[in-house]
Design a binder for this molecule. Sequence first.
Ligand SMILES: [Zn+2]
Ligand SMILES: [Zn+2]
Length: 364
Amino acid sequence: MATEITNHKCPACTGPLHFAGASGMLECDYCGSKFSVEEIERLYAANEAEAAENFEEKEDKPFEENGTEWTEREAKNLRTYSCPSCGAELICDSTTAATSCPYCGNPTVIPGQFTGGLKPDLVIPFRLNKDQAIAALQKYYSGKVFLPNDFKKRNHIEEIKGIYVPFWLCDCETEGKALYKGSNVRTWREGDYDITETTYFDVLREGKLDFEMIPVDASTKMPDEHMDAIEPFDYRDLKPFSTAYLPGFFADKYDVSQQDSMERISERAKNSIKSELRGTVRGYSMVSTINENYNFNSKEVKYALLPVWMLSTKWNGENFLFAMNGQTGKLIGDLPVDKKKFWGLFGAIAAPLAVIFSIIAILL
Ligand SMILES: [Zn+2]
Ligand SMILES: [Zn+2]
């Protein structure tokens, strides 16, 4: 049982190792030794093979001491493991692949979640650390005019987590055909007459567009809008997957299948070819689309883990969620709006409009 889970231990002092984005190496929390991903991989290869073998897609076992508790856990699809460092029981969700022990704090990896058909092809290692994520959030606040001062002032980060989020990266091709109606208007004066001439054109566009590695997150836990908004990731940092990048972070295996992700991918690809084709129709004063047809064909799909910092804050009883790209630092999230500040600025614009509207209302 204990071999299902791995604590990456420092070969020098057996202290816990974590992956550090700045150095790109595994660093020991205690003695400060650093090890390359390759070194740790070599050291843990046998260990992980064994862990994978012992790992099976199993049902949760009933907890002897309490039958009702089991039903609840089973319903939530939870799994239990024992921490190899302190022996404490870890309760994880069925998709958890890397976490840290809540008792001893040691980073733990569940290699079985990433073996066989579940093994990711690629990973982009974290480059930015927790402090950088917190600093980025503060910076994000600073430029926001309508943010309540009280929200800005207090450091109320409820939770911050570095998560390797499962993504599908899809190579695909699209084909499209669209017919537009374009028109140009010319006006001139002849004697007492203003003459307007409108010329109509049938505009046909046809094209193909191929895509490499369109990303879509494959985790139901991650809000799609946040994940789409922190793109792009720099694919030049893609590395062959290794569990050695995980210690110190959270990781989930996918719970949205390739098939179920296809609609989102196809939608994105079709929107791109649509706007590309439309972009080539120039030189008309008006353009309308008469009909259009787009085809999508997926080719290769790769499974990758991409680094994301998730930050959540609570304010006035509401939750605000932020996501930061753990590689590029791009950060997005929802912010509360200070209604006083908002109306202070927009009231001036809103007032004259209200007058115009009431005049129109009177005229009617
Ligand atoms: Zn050490
Ligand atoms: Zn522990």
